[in-house]
Design a protein. Sequence first.
Length: 450
Amino acid sequence: MVLAGVGVVVLANRIAALPDAIGDLPSYLPSYLPMWAAWFGCMAVGAWAMRRVAVPNALLWLLAVAVASRVCVVVMSGTLSNDWVRYLWDGRLLVNGFDPYAVVPTDPSLASIHDEAMVAGMNSPEYFTVYPPVSQAVFALSWWVGGGDLGRAFVAMRAMFAAVDAAACVLIVVWLRSLRIDPRYAVWYAWSPLAVVELVGAGHSEALLAAPMIGCLLALRARRDVVAGGLLAVAVWVKLFPILAVGPLACRAGRSRWWRAAVACFVVGVVIGWPMLRPDAARNVLDSLGLYAGVFSFNHGPFVLLWSGLDAIGPDRYGSAYRDTTRIMLGAFLLWVGWQWWRSRSLSGDEQGDRKLAGVLAAIFGGYVVANANVHPWSLAWVLPLVPALGLRWIAAWTWFSFWAGFSYLAYDRDPVGVPAWLLSVEWGGFMLLAAWAGWGSRARRVAPR
């Protein structure tokens, strides 16, 4: 167990020391991907060893390694994504008194603070930002702490991400223990390179998501409905998507309690989210979200199969076939969400009900990943914190997906850009098989005689 944890920290330190990947991907990936694979091996060995030692010792070591590995990547020299540039640009706007929901980076009115290098280094500078107010507050604080220097601001932002995500690891341990599930299962998130490298090291705002979501579930279990509602509002204003958890959480609270959580969620949500709720701001954000939903595509599984089929019927690679696929997948996902809400209508108030709630939320967030046209490694951050409560089979399925998602960067080493077909087959095919195996196991437990 000790050796596996040391391996995780050493690999975090080695990845953090790699040169910047942007602009030199062919020389970066041969060093990065073997360490990514070795990290998963250390995580698996550590999880196996933890099952055979005293619980207090294992949990202390689990959390110590989680914190140490995140500290290592705070000063990571390079990343495989440049999303953080847009984050800090938004923070810069706020610190200088501009509204990021009202102006695009190329707007002439920003001439007084224009930075050609920052604008050139971000994605879609001609579109409005889509990041909610809680994330924007962290971006602004990072820019202010960094004193207006891009490099220092990035380190400050990573440090905040590391602190929040480390707190999430503690909350996952406490949550699992409250459900009488082995809390050492938290290692599958706490030691995951996807959480450490992709969320903290690469600087993705999904690092802020696990803490309020798990905190909401803990508060609901402790019958602190007002706290639960407030934390759900915070999670929504980190990435918007947790709004789909409202139905199951209301069902879990019950008829006599849901209104307190609802009032708290509404009040906190309006107070925090007002900058984004204004009609002009909401309209600008929706326009930019249309770009994400209607143009971008990356590392997709079921989506690309349906798209290819429709494209074969009527060849129009980036036209109607793509739009039709988007509509079909969106419709299927909404039906899936409706089914999960229906499943949650009879959730009980005991630990069994809370376990089922975790399964429902994981199904909603996981369904979004499966139906999406864009599946970057950090996209899995929505479901991974919940997976330790679902059992070893689901842990195996999502760990497989997490591992191979890291190899999706091979897409940028090709011309034209695209994830290799063999990788899509292994990544998605293996995940679907493991998910079917896990789902069959869950069904067998439900129908087995007591």
